[in-house]
Ligand binder design. Structure first.
Ligand code: SAH
Length: 404
């Protein structure tokens, strides 16, 4: 392992507004800068912050200080004090691992071990792809603790290689203690494209240059479901990226799969991923804007048994919500016209600011507005390795509609 930075931390004490106290008592992990009313000392990234209640000065929670984010304190411990040391981190990692055991008992060797706030590690993601552990940092608060945490993660996962990824914000603010995005922290990475398994289906991800940590593990269960629905079927996978849904469909003997993405590079990966499973069906790829491509398929009167539409996030900020909902409505209308009678439309959203009720309601009324009738087969959220412990932690929703 490379030499990790040795960074001293201090403890400070703060008090927060009554409204924030209430939210903390409900175990919400975020304290905004504007909620802090008293702070006994200046603090650096990763310093320990004890939050005391205003009235009785009792311990409320313990968090880590983030001077670079409006979410100034990220809470890691509620209700009673704790010493944040190797034992504490070990216990949290063990708890997180135990939640993933049922998944690891399947023919799957790719999983999210730490899902940020939801596993007591705000702003830190740990994903495993076969023997490669990818750490993604979204906050500076973790730099002082990497020296303790990273060896524990290697040990628990049994990974041979560890890669560091950093959010764009982290890269742009600097102060990264000479650690860089895509750096190999431990072991040797022979190939940045790592081949792994998901319910017996082979897949590969670029852990250095791919989106997020290389792949979208959150959709695993939906990919499995789409695979199971695909036997002998004609499938359309829109916004396919590296072919998550396409590859599961082909590996489950889809007759043909068409993957659409605006990125030729993503489609090249999708083709290679499909080949890892020696499929019998045909794989077509179409490099195009999804909205235009769907319209043109409709004009050509094409029909599919299964259409999956899983676009990128349309709303990361509140002001983008309305436009996002309009895009979801458009996609639902385009998608439904391409589904054969008896076929299935799968609509997904990963926009964190769009609530699941709004997404489903918008998609369903758009379909109805064109006069199509459907039954709802199922509505799903995150897979088991993405536990959600606070409202903002939820972003993924997926509806399955059968055209009748
Ligand atoms: N469904 C994928 C994940 C989608 S990520 C999976 O299961 O793994 C979003 C993808 O949308 C990216 O690959 C991006 O290249 C693509 N994309 C973004 N805008 C697009 C557009 N207008 N038309 C087509 N593809 C687009």
């Amino acid at each position: 392992m490379i030499e990790l930075p040795e960074i001293k931390t201090q403890r400070i004490a703060v008090k927060v507004k009554t409204k924030a106290e209430k939210i903390i008592r409900q175990h919400h992990p975020w304290v905004f800068e504007s909620s802090i009313t008293k702070q006994n000392a200046d603090a650096n990234a990763g310093d320990l912050v004890i939050i005391f209640d205003q009235k009785k000065n009792n311990f409320l929670a313990l968090g880590l200080y983030d001077p670079y984010s409006p979410i100034r304190i990220k809470i890691i411990q509620f209700d009673k004090g704790a010493t944040i040391n190797e034992d504490w981190f070990s216990e949290k990692i063990r708890n997180a691992y135990n939640k993933r055991i049922p998944l690891l008992e399947t023919d799957t060797n790719s999983y999210r071990l730490l899902n940020g706030e939801n596993d007591n590690f705000p702003g830190l993601i740990a994903d495993v792809y076969k023997n490669v552990l990818v750490i993604k940092l979204y906050s500076h608060i973790w730099f002082p603790y990497l020296k303790t945490i990273l060896p524990l993660l290697l040990k628990k996962t049994g990974a041979e290689v560890m890669v560091m990824r950093m959010s764009r914000r982290l890269q742009s603010t600097g102060k990264n203690f000479n650690l860089t995005d895509g750096q190999v922290i431990s072991g040797e990475l022979d190939n940045e494209v790592v081949v792994f398994k998901e319910y017996g289906v082979n897949f590969s991800a670029n852990v250095i240059h791919g989106h997020k940590t290389g792949y979208f593990l959150d959709h695993r269960e939906n990919r499995r479901k789409v695979g199971l629905l695909s036997q002998n079927k004609k499938v359309l996978d829109v916004f396919s990226y590296a072919g998550g849904f396409s590859v599961h469909a082909l590996a489950n003997n889809a007759a043909e799969v068409t993957s659409i993405d605006i990125s030729a590079q993503a489609l090249e990966m999708a083709k290679q991923n499909a080949q890892l499973n020696s499929p019998s069906g045909t794989h077509y790829t179409l490099t195009a804007d999804a909205f235009e491509a769907l319209q043109s398929l409709i004009e050509k009167k094409k029909k599919f048994d299964l259409v999956v539409i899983d676009p990128p996030s349309f709303a990361k900020k509140e002001i983008e919500i309305d436009r996002a909902l309009k895009s979801y409505a458009r996609l639902a209308k385009l998608g439904i016209q391409l589904v054969d009678k008896g076929g299935i439309l799968v609509l997904a959203s990963c926009s964190s600011r769009v609530l699941k009720e709004e997404f489903f309601e918008t998609s369903e009324s758009a379909i109805k507005s064109l006069g199509f009738k459907f039954t709802v087969i199922e509505k799903t959220e995150h897979d088991v390795d993405h536990p959600i412990t606070f409202p903002e932690g939820a972003y993924l929703k997926c509806g399955y509609y059968k055209v009748v």
